[in-house]
Design a binder for this molecule. Structure first.
Ligand SMILES: [Fe+2]
Length: 182
């Protein structure tokens, strides 16, 4: 018995909320990747699937940083289970402290991903470009170019932790979806 929505229910939720086609394609990509990593890590795959599909629900309303907060509010109103709300709320960057959140104009709350499912969706999303996965190195280079050194360090640490939990480098797992170009 579960109240985690199925894949089709999640896709209906995204569509009814008004998410654009590119957002839905991105959510499906993050879902495929998260399931591969989640399977290797022994995570709850039902939760990973629904959380990954719904992580960008808030992009139906805004593409700003607040999409995680707005998405969590939308999920709450829809009566979705707390573990999914948490995945949505904690997927920005590689998590952030209350102080960092406040400095970015977000509610002053810690929002580090904590459970395996939260960490997997957050990190696979970090590695996801529009239509493919970047390697960790490509992702870190882009973050550092943007001056986001702290985010890069956290992403690297998250990657190492997931590698240990999966017994495999997530880059290698994600490469089986399709090879990152360039
Ligand atoms: Fe997002």
């Amino acid at each position: 018995l579960t109240d985690i929505p199925s894949r089709n229910e999640c896709l209906e939720i995204l569509q009814e909320a008004g998410c654009s086609e590119p957002v839905i394609i991105h959510c499906k990509l993050v879902c495929r990747g998260s399931l591969l990593v989640g399977k290797a890590a022994g995570a709850d795959l039902e939760l990973v699937e629904a959380g990954a599909l719904l992580h960008d629900l808030g992009r139906a309303r805004t593409h700003g940083l607040t999409h995680a907060v707005v998405g969590a509010e939308m999920a709450t109103k829809l009566g979705l289970p707390e573990p999914i709300i948490r995945i949505i709320r904690r997927h920005l960057g590689s998590g952030m402290s209350a102080e960092e959140a406040k400095s970015l104009g977000l509610p002053a709350e810690d929002c580090f991903p904590e459970t395996p499912e939260e960490r997997i969706v957050c990190h696979v999303d970090s590695l996801a470009a529009a239509d493919r996965f970047r390697t960790l190195e490509q992702t870190l280079t882009e973050l550092r170019k943007k001056g986001l050194g702290t985010v890069a360090e956290r992403a690297a640490e998250m990657h190492r932790r997931l590698s240990r939990e999966c017994g495999e480098d997530p880059d290698i797992l994600l490469r089986t979806i399709w090879p990152p170009s360039g």
